[in-house]
Structures are given as C-alpha cells and as structure tokens.
Design a protein around this ligand. Structure first.
Ligand code: SF4
Ligand code: SF4
Length: 406
C-alpha cells in the first residue's frame, strides 16, 4: 500500500515498489504487456470516475525504463459511449499519454474474442488479448457501485467483455458472473488507483474523495477486501465478495490478513450508494435481465439514442452518464498571474511533470491538455478558451468538488 499524493510521489513510490514483483514480470523485453485501466466514462480521474493519468504515466514510464517494447492499453468502455461512437481514449487524453510511450490503444469492444462460461449455460465474449497477453496489468479505480457495492479489481474485468450485449449478459446473475469472469481472466498484477476515489452513488454519479493510496498485489480478492476495509465497508456489504467467501475464494486467513494489514488511519468511510425506488425496481435481480433483453431490442436501441430520451433517463436516475457528442476543442490555456499565489498545486497534479505554473506560459509542447491543472487551481488562476463540448457537464457536476478536495 503506497501513500502518495503528487505526481512526483506517485512515480517515486511506484518505482520503489514494483521491483518487489520483478520475479513475475516477463524475462523477454519483447513480451506483450497489456494494461487495463478503468475508463468507464468521459469524466476524468479527478471526479473519482476513471484511472488517474498520473498513475498510468508513471507505470508506462517504469515499463519503458525496464526495456519493455510492446505495450497495449486496452479498455472496453461500457454503455452508450461506444454506441454513440464517442472516443473515450481521446476525451481522457489516454491517446496522448500512450503516444509519449509508443504504446498501442485497443478498444476491447471490437477486439477478437474467446468465450467465458456464465451462469445458466450462457457464454459471453471476452477480448482474447486479456487471456493471451504475456503480462496483464489491471489498473482499476477504487469506486462505489450502486449494484455491486464496490468496483475495484474484480469488477474492472467487466471491461474485458466485448460490446454491450456481452456486458449485459453478466446481469442475469451479476455477482456470480463477476466471479466467473475472474476465474477466466486473470491479470498477473493489479495496481489500484485509490488516489482520488469515488464515494456515494458510483460508478458514474458519485462524488470524489481523496484517499491518496495506491495498492499493488497479485491477488484481486485480497486487494478488493483491503479496499472494502479502506472504504469502511464490511465485506458482507459487497455481494460478490460475500459470494467469493461462500465459494472459498476468500478464506478466514484473508480476512485476518486484511484486518492486520489496513491501519486505522487508512480507513475513510465512504458515503454509501443511494438510488431511488425506480432505479432499485429496474435493477432488481429478479427481473433486471428481462428489462435488459427488452432494452437491447432494435426499437429500444433507437429510443435510447434519442437525446430527449437520454435526458429523461438522466433525470430519473436510470442513466448515470451523459453522452454528449461534442468533443472538447481547447484553443488556449493561460495563467492570470495576478490571481496565482504560486502554491504549486497545479504542478502536483500535472501527469507529465511540467514545472507549473511557469510552463503554462507559454504552454509547454509536452502538455497533453488534460486540464488537471485548471481543475485543481484553488484561485481559478488558469483560464481556458475554446469549445468545451462534453467537458461542460464535468464542470457543472464536479468543478467545485474537485477544487475543494484536491
Ligand atoms: S494552482 Fe493556481 S494558484 Fe497554485 S500555482 Fe498553480 S496556477 Fe498558481
Ligand atoms: S499543463 Fe495542465 S493540461 Fe497540460 S499536461 Fe499538465 S496538467 Fe495537463
């Protein structure tokens, strides 16, 4: 468990911790390494929603420094983003981070696949690379989840399923299928982004909470248990963990270990997910799968893609994400020097390690345009110009929260 906050600390601590896992890293520098972050939506890491670019940047840098030449970042973003052809890699600046390290990007929704067995004899398509990569690194975000209780290592494997219909198959028996999937897809290493986590009604409507932790390990059950403890959840409140205990995947030794391993100071009880009666009714496991089947019919697909219907779904809480097709077009970033008190918070959050605020003016060529600096500045001294597109929704929901917690 690494306690870290700034981009520099994250990098230093990751570099110090990863050599302890040297024996499981591939010997060949041509081994194919797959990294699977949580890119569940177009809301960036500072909202508690997606994997932090500072952690991804530090990991890629470490892998390159170790000489690994073949690296892929793969994710199969769920729900309407791929239906609306919204490029999450670009919106979250993953493409620009990947380019810095010559890593490939792969949308797992469209990847060649193999099949995993689910409950009721069903089969679901899983991106084959997730079972065939020489070294698979899971890079989940620590979040609450209104159906699953929490989303960390085990739940992050949902993004390995190919396309919406296969992801929806999990809902016929969600908790059992989360475990079925994890018995089939087994990352070699898990690095949990608990820097800015999400509490409340995750996975996309919760609120960010600063935890300042990164957890590393090879056992996703142990890591999820530790994260539950950190978030102040009993494992029994997380249905798939309770099921894992019943199936013997989590033993009393695991519970004892976590009890001793997580210090009291690390525990930050998260707000629990809270959904209204309608959402609870629609997501009731007894009939949720029937709703999903209706939902996947061509007529409903057309209906769900209508903006007005999407607004209605958002208003009722049935949909957490907003699928705005307008990309962000950033024309200018500048520093209002009269407002800046040189607190250096912007530098602590810059994933590419620029010397800020100095290198904002003129803007450094290495800048990836992630806007982390803009979002954390307590004085609002960093100004942006351009068409904000989808980013307006993030500002509406999270601007004040982000500045307050960072
Ligand atoms: S965070 Fe804002 S106030 Fe602090 S150094 Fe950066 S620009 Fe200046
Ligand atoms: S300067 Fe700001 S926008 Fe550019 S990479 Fe750093 S944090 Fe992101």
């Amino acid at each position: 468990m690494l306690e870290c906050h700034s981009a520099k600390q994250i990098r230093q601590k990751l570099y110090a911790a990863l050599p302890a896992f040297a024996d499981i890293f591939p010997a060949s520098k041509d081994a194919h390494i797959l990294i699977k972050p949580n890119l569940n939506s177009n809301m960036n890491a500072l909202t508690g929603n997606t994997t932090d670019l500072r952690l991804l940047e530090a990991l890629l840098s470490y892998l390159r420094d170790q000489g690994y030449r073949v690296i892929t970042i793969g994710e199969g973003t769920s729900s309407g983003f791929h239906r609306e052809k919204i490029n999450i890699f670009s919106r979250l600046c993953i493409d620009r981070v990947a380019k810095r390290f010559n890593a490939k990007l792969l949308d797992l929704n469209f990847a060649p696949y193999t099949h995993v067995g689910f409950e009721y004899g069903e089969k679901a398509a899983v991106a084959r690379i997730c079972t065939e990569a020489d070294f698979f690194i899971n890079l989940p975000k620590l979040k609450t989840h209104f159906e699953a209780g929490l989303s960390v290592c085990l739940k992050n494997m949902m993004g390995t399923l190919v396309g919406l219909p296969n992801k929806q198959k999990t809902h016929r028996s969600l908790f059992k299928n989360i475990l079925n999937l994890n018995k089939f897809v087994k990352p070699h290493l898990h690095i949990v982004d608990g820097l800015i986590a999400m509490e409340g009604t995750g996975p996309s409507s919760g609120t960010p909470v600063r935890v300042d932790l990164v957890l590393i390990g090879t056992d996703p059950y142990l890591l999820d248990l530790a994260c539950a403890k950190i978030a102040g959840f009993e494992y029994k409140e997380v249905p798939y963990l309770m099921l894992a205990k019943e199936q013997g995947l989590i033993t009393q030794e695991y519970l004892n270990f976590v009890e001793a391993f997580v210090p009291k100071e690390a525990i930050k009880p998260f707000k629990r997910p809270h959904v209204n009666m309608l959402v609870r009714f629609v997501n009731n496991p007894k009939w949720q799968y029937s709703f999903i089947k209706i939902r996947l019919s061509p007529v409903m697909n057309t209906l769900f893609s209508l903006k007005s219907f999407g607004t209605l779904l958002n208003a009722t809480g049935l949909r957490q994400d907003v699928f705005d097709k307008q990309d962000l077009c950033l024309q200018q970033m500048c520093l209002e020097t009269a407002l800046c008190d040189n607190c250096k918070k912007c530098q602590a959050y810059c994933p590419v390690g620029l010397t800020l605020p100095e290198q904002l003016q003129p803007l450094h060529e290495q800048c990836i345009g992630c806007l982390y600096c803009f979002l954390v500045c307590p004085k609002k001294a960093i100004k942006i110009k351009g068409d904000l597109g989808f980013f307006k929704e993030q500002l509406k929901r999270y601007d004040a929260l982000t500045r307050a917690i960072t």
